[in-house]
Design a protein around this ligand. Structure first.
Ligand code: SAM
Length: 324
């Protein structure tokens, strides 16, 4: 049985949110059928990870979400008849509880919720060293998560990775939403369509009416929160510089991966992500607005030569970093 964090009184909405993200990664929620973008991006990551693990390795998955990266890694490890200890870490209860549900029957799988509240109710991230309780990892992976970590927090995170790895440990990550000077012109960033949806919906009439009924202060707070769902992309150099500053070497890979329009719609409709259309009401009102805006966004991306009528091309970067 898996150990560690378990959800406590999770709501129906949270369950639905985790289920929807899981279904954005896996067709009909079947872990044997990853959506193309998830399967391809995770496959490359797993290929980079596997040569670095051996029987009994301690592997950390930083930003596990609903378990998409952990599941793909465990498939490969099992195929090779190996056993590893895997620690899953994430701050989002709704998605993380889906990972817990999917992997609860596995031995050697441990869960750590990475957010905590102090007595005044203020939330903060827990340090990796504390979550590992002094243990050092052979490998830390982080899939599709680094671009969500604010720039200002990257330095400290790199230092947490460095102090949580064994001397010969390795940090391996991927992201489809970071700028680089080698992104091919025919590719977009992973979240470009959803940032475009957000921009289109800024001018949605019903949305504008709802916002006009709120106080200026509330609008500012509300809009700021929505802008953080798909934050503006920064350069992967921010991450490489931070890793280098704490003593990591860097090996970089990249890949262009097709993201089908159907998968994009499933992704955009995940309740937590569809919040970009708030205060449009969840359900038909919000879904219809997102569907329409996404169509326009994907057509624009295709017109820019970064996709076709059936998919957009996302550019993924991969980093492999050792402590020198
Ligand atoms: C797109 S999901 C990736 C999940 C999984 N690794 C996969 O490949 O399917 C990104 C995860 O990063 C987490 N996350 C968001 N902001 C974060 C931050 N600042 N620090 C750590 N994790 C964060 C989210 O809760 C989310 O589950």
């Amino acid at each position: 049985m898996a150990t560690g964090w378990e959800p406590d009184r999770i709501s129906e909405n949270e369950i639905a949110d985790g289920e929807a993200y899981h279904r954005a990664l896996y067709i009909n929620g079947d872990i044997g059928r990853p959506a193309n973008w998830h399967g391809e991006s995770a496959e490359r990551l797993v290929q980079l990870v596997v040569p670095n693990i051996k029987e009994g390795s301690l592997v950390v998955d930083y930003g596990s979400g609903t378990g998409g990266s952990a599941i793909e890694l465990l498939k490969e490890v099992e195929k090779r008849g190996m056993e590893i200890s895997l620690v899953l870490i994430d701050p989002l209860v709704s998605w993380f509880s889906k990972a817990r549900d999917l992997l609860k029957g596995r031995p050697n799988v441990h869960f750590e919720l990475s957010i905590e509240k102090d007595d005044s109710g203020k939330s903060s991230f827990r340090r990796l060293e504390d979550m590992l309780g002094g243990r050092k990892a052979d490998v830390i992976i982080s899939s599709s998560t680094m671009h969500l970590v604010p720039k200002r927090a990257i330095r400290d995170l790199a230092s947490q990775f460095s102090s949580s790895l064994k001397e010969d440990g390795v940090f391996i990550w991927d992201s489809g939403d970071l700028e680089s000077d080698f992104r091919p012109d025919h590719s977009a960033l992973l979240h470009d369509p959803y940032r475009a949806v957000r921009e289109i919906l800024r001018h949605d009439e019903i949305r504008a009416t709802r916002l006009s009924e709120m106080s200026n202060e509330d609008v500012l707070q509300h809009e700021g929160m929505l802008d953080r769902i798909f934050p503006g992309p920064y350069s992967m150099d921010v991450i490489l510089d931070a890793l280098s500053a704490v003593g990591f070497s860097s090996e970089i890979h990249d890949e262009v991966i097709g993201f089908s329009n159907d998968d994009a719609e499933r992704f955009a409709m995940v309740p937590r992500l569809s919040e970009i259309a708030a205060p449009l009401l969840p359900g038909e009102e919000r879904d219809e607005a997102i569907r329409g805006a996404l169509k326009i966004a994907l057509a624009e991306i295709a017109e820019q030569g970064k996709g076709s009528h059936s998919e957009y091309r996302s550019h993924w970067v991969y980093g492999v970093h050792r402590l020198r």
